[in-house]
Design a protein around this ligand. Sequence first.
Ligand code: NAG
Ligand code: NAG
Ligand code: NAG
Ligand code: NAG
Ligand code: NAG
Ligand code: NAG
Ligand code: NAG
Ligand code: NAG
Ligand code: NAG
Length: 531
Amino acid sequence: MLRPTSLFFLSLAGANAYIWPSPMLDALESARFNQDGHNSDPVSIFITPCTRYLLDPDLDSTTGRSDIADWVRTAYHDMATYNITDGTGGMDASIRFPAENLRPENVGDGFNNTIEALGELVTRYISMADSLALGTIIAIENCGGPEIAFRGGRIDAGGPNTPGVPQPQDDLDSHITDFARQGFTQTEMIGLVACGHTFGGVQQAPFPNIVPVLNDPNNTQSVTHFDSTSVNFDNLIATEYISGTTQNPLVAGSNDTTNSDKRIFGSDGNVTMKSFADSPELFASTCANLIARMLDTVPKGVELTDIITPLPVKPYGVVLSMSGDILKLSGELWNMTADAQRTVNLLWDDHIGGGGNVTMPASGVSTGAGGRYNAAWYSFAPLPVDGPTFLSLDTAAGITNMRFVVDGKLEDQGGVGFAIQDGVVFSETSCYTSNLPPTPEWRIDVAVRNGLNPTRVYLEQIGVTDSVGRVIVPQTDIVPPAQSVPLNANYSLWTVNVTGENFYSIGFEVDDITFSESDSHSIFSFSPCTT
Ligand SMILES: *[C@@H]1O[C@H](CO)[C@@H](O)[C@H](O)[C@H]1NC(C)=O
Ligand SMILES: *[C@@H]1O[C@H](CO)[C@@H](O)[C@H](O)[C@H]1NC(C)=O
Ligand SMILES: *[C@@H]1O[C@H](CO)[C@@H](O)[C@H](O)[C@H]1NC(C)=O
Ligand SMILES: *[C@@H]1O[C@H](CO)[C@@H](O)[C@H](O)[C@H]1NC(C)=O
Ligand SMILES: *[C@@H]1O[C@H](CO)[C@@H](O)[C@H](O)[C@H]1NC(C)=O
Ligand SMILES: *[C@@H]1O[C@H](CO)[C@@H](O)[C@H](O)[C@H]1NC(C)=O
Ligand SMILES: *[C@@H]1O[C@H](CO)[C@@H](O)[C@H](O)[C@H]1NC(C)=O
Ligand SMILES: *[C@@H]1O[C@H](CO)[C@@H](O)[C@H](O)[C@H]1NC(C)=O
Ligand SMILES: *[C@@H]1O[C@H](CO)[C@@H](O)[C@H](O)[C@H]1NC(C)=O
């Protein structure tokens, strides 16, 4: 589903200097930092609590499986095809192709389960590969692990990559060679395997020669775990190994051929594992670095964004719509703070040298990155809370820019403000002539501000993917009316007839700059046409 992030963005805004609005950075930031509570992203539920497993109705899974373990494994297996010599493979969600995930090196159903859950994050701005990276970070941060730097901008592959995932029966030389091809030294290989194996274990069905059937009602899929805290990020993977008490089936397995962790962990005389066992802090910081590097291992030519850091204050879910003579503005302000009791004012500028000033009521609280960040939210809709969910603006004056004052402190992005485009907005006169499935007939009305002269106004179809599952946004031009149809004193009506049950956003182009609405529309929210 589409999740509104903010209204009419500049779609070519620079990826690095993040001045709101920047649609992609805004979306990545929300997915990364709005994890729990108000406006939280749709995937944290799959790992809350950390014992959770997608296919188990119990919150504390009795399968022995966990989503967190599947998500981390999926990211590694997706990355493991990387070839540092020619820059092919890496984090590109090629693991989603059956031709890749049905290979012997990718045995098990954890990849499909991961893609099903993390697919919820995918939008026009967030690729499946970014979503796999985010899933790994969210899982580790929320289940006792360190904060991990996240960059966005991964691009989903158009087909499977060449094989490249190490397997338990491979010998040490082959493991060292594989990790070197992926860009990791022998010491880093030890670290990455230990970091990855702080969650999860080896499941019996796909690995019947490594682990036995357990006949345990609390572990119905017979997963022999790598350490005794398989849903917690901690250094027990190292302490149990060093103390010789480990049950890790890739160390203590009865068949030495498949004891790959034993060969890898011992390959430097236990120096690295000893250092992890001695220092949970060193283990955590090493994992934060190695996991970030793993996730940032992308095909040659893919440019990642800077590290996504939360803007302390930003608008969220901003939507404008036209209702007769009223321009409705809805949305919220996100302030990263533990204190929900701030006094917050929205100030705005309009087209005629004036503006407004309203007090924003608190609308919720949320947390991110395993509770490291807290955000308080404030609504554009004025009090009372059971009143309208929008702010009514004067149509003639409109709105051009917003600023916020939080406990007396002006937040205006260093003077530029938070730009907002009211030139082309959805009109609530939109309606349907037939709502009979599967081909209902309806009409999207668009209000275009007089004097704006957009080069193009068009519909963007939402929820469409290409033949290999990548999000695409097909456009349909809205033909300008032959004669201006006034909607009110300052806006004219452009209209397009639509058939079917699709979702559409409105896009437009002015002076070579493209804007996209964050909201989307379907017949399901429309009323019958009266004219
Ligand atoms: C990695 O790429 C190089 C250059 O194309 C190639 O020679 C080598 O065989 C590749 N390695 C693997 C394991 O495919
Ligand atoms: C994963 O899903 C694909 C269909 O998308 C299917 O072809 C494949 O068999 C599934 N893999 C497993 C291990 O179930
Ligand atoms: C299963 O877990 C529950 C709750 O932790 C525990 O009370 C019970 O003894 C366990 N059963 C077995 C067979 O270990
Ligand atoms: C040990 O594992 C290897 C690789 O799976 C297998 O070929 C071999 O038969 C196994 N040995 C025993 C004694 O089961
Ligand atoms: C590493 O430590 C384990 C557990 O103490 C021990 O069994 C093993 O022999 C050591 N390996 C090396 C290469 O020193
Ligand atoms: C919330 O807004 C206030 C006022 O602008 C700002 O000082 C504070 O840093 C913000 N909170 C955080 C955690 O950034
Ligand atoms: C906005 O209104 C508040 C009262 O709600 C007032 O205290 C504040 O000075 C006003 N700010 C500006 C810039 O006019
Ligand atoms: C709004 O419409 C009125 C009446 O046509 C016109 O005088 C005024 O200039 C318009 N305002 C803007 C900001 O375009
Ligand atoms: C939309 O359809 C109606 C008939 O239902 C027609 O009168 C109108 O001209 C059409 N509008 C456009 C823009 O094609």
